[in-house]
Design a protein around this ligand. Structure first.
Ligand code: NAD
Length: 264
C-alpha cells in the first residue's frame, strides 16, 4: 500500500533524537506521503531535531514546552496560519523527576506528582482541544502509553499513575470528539531504549526481562510502533476510537513467564 497519508498534514510532538518513538512514527507517516510539522522542547534538542525534520522535507519546526501553555498556543496559531487545518496529531511527551523513578511509589512528592501529571497526562487534553479546533473535517490523534498503567512495574511509580490517567483521558476525549469525526487512541509500546526510557531505574533489566518473556521473545522497534501509528492515524482504522493498542511483542497477555523460558 502506498500514499496512505497523501494530502494529510499533522503535528508530531516529542522527537528528541533518532531513537525517539516519535521519530519512528514520523518516518512511517512521511513514507506514506504525510506532511509533518514538528515541535521540540528546547534549544539543546533543537540541533538534533532540525536535521531530522529537514530530512523528511518538513518546513515547520517550532519550540514547545507543554508546561508553558503560551508556547502551546503559539504552535497552534502558527499551524492555523500556515495550513488552516490539520488531519493528525502525535503526542509523545512525558516527564517525571528521575529521582522518583526508583524506589517506592509511596514516596512520591506532591510537587513531582503534579508536574508529572501536567506534562505526561493533562498536556494531551490541552493539545487535543487545540488540535480539534483545527480539524473541521475530522482527524486522528494518538498518544503514547505503557503497561505500567494497569500493572505494577517496579520503579515506574508515578509515571504509571500518570499513564493510567492518560489512558482514561483517551477514552473521555474519544467520546467528546467522536461526534466531530475526530478519533483518539493510544499506543501502549513495549520498552524501547530512548532518553525517557533510560530515566527509569533498572531500565536495562526491565528491557531484557520483557525481551525474554514476551510471546515474540523480543522487544519492539520504533519502526514497528510507527507502523501501528500509521494505521491509527490513517483511514485504515476509520472505525477505531478510544482504544489502547498494545505494540509490545504480546508481553501484556502473559500472566507469568512461559515454563520453557523459566527452565532455560
Ligand atoms: P524520548 O525521550 O525520545 O521522548 C520524550 C519526549 O518528551 C522528548 O522529546 C522530550 O523533549 C519531550 N518532553 C518532555 N517534557 C516535555 C515538556 N515539558 N514539553 C515538551 N516536550 C517534553 O522518549 P520516548 O521513549 O520516545 O518517549 C515518547 C513517549 O513514549 C512518552 O510518552 C513515553 O512515556 C512513551 N513510552 C515510552 C516507552 C519506552 O520504553 N521508551 C514505552 C512506552 C511508552
Amino acid at each position: 500500500m502506498q500514499d496512505l497519508m497523501k494530502g494529510k498534514r499533522g503535528l508530531v510532538m516529542g522527537v528528541a533524537n533518532d531513537h525517539s518513538i516519535a521519530w519512528g512514527i514520523a518516518k512511517a507517516l512521511a513514507g506514506q506521503g504525510a506532511e509533518i510539522a514538528f515541535t521540540y522542547q528546547g534549544d539543546s534538542v533543537a540541533k538534533r531535531v532540525k536535521p531530522l525534520a529537514e530530512s523528511l522535507g518538513s518546513s515547520i519546526l517550532l519550540p514547545c514546552d507543554v508546561e508553558d501553555l503560551a508556547s502551546v498556543d503559539t504552535v497552534f496559531a502558527a499551524l492555523k496560519e500556515r495550513w488552516g487545518a490539520i488531519d493528525f496529531l502525535v503526542h509523545a511527551v512525558a516527564f517525571s523527576d528521575k529521582s522518583e523513578l526508583k524506589g517506592r511509589y509511596a514516596d512520591t512528592s506532591r510537587e513531582n506528582f503534579s508536574r508529572t501529571m501536567v506534562i505526561s497526562c493533562f498536556s494531551f487534553t490541552e493539545i487535543a482541544k487545540r488540535a480539534a479546533a483545527l480539524m473541521p473535517n475530522g482527524g486522528s490523534l494518538i498518544t503514547l502509553t505503557y503497561g505500567g498503567s494497569t500493572r505494577v512495574m517496579p520503579n515506574y511509580n508515578v509515571m504509571g499513575v500518570a499513564k493510567a490517567a492518560l489512558e482514561a483521558s483517551v477514552r473521555y476525549l474519544a467520546a467528546d470528539y467522536g461526534p466531530a469525526g475526530i478519533r483518539v487512541n493510544a499506543i501502549s509500546a513495549g520498552p524501547v531504549r530512548t532518553l525517557a526510557g533510560a530515566g527509569i531505574a533498572d531500565a536495562r533489566l526491565m528491557f531484557n526481562y520483557q525481551k525474554r518473556h514476551a510471546p515474540l521473545r523480543r522487544t519492539v522497534s520504533i519502526e514497528e510502533v510507527g507502523g501501528s501509528a500509521l494505521y491509527l492515524l490513517s483511514g485504515l482504522s476509520g472505525g477505531v476510537t478510544g482504544e489502547i493498542h498494545f505494540v509490545d511483542s504480546g508481553y501484556n497477555i502473559m500472566s507469568m513467564p512461559h515454563p520453557d523460558v523459566l527452565k532455560q
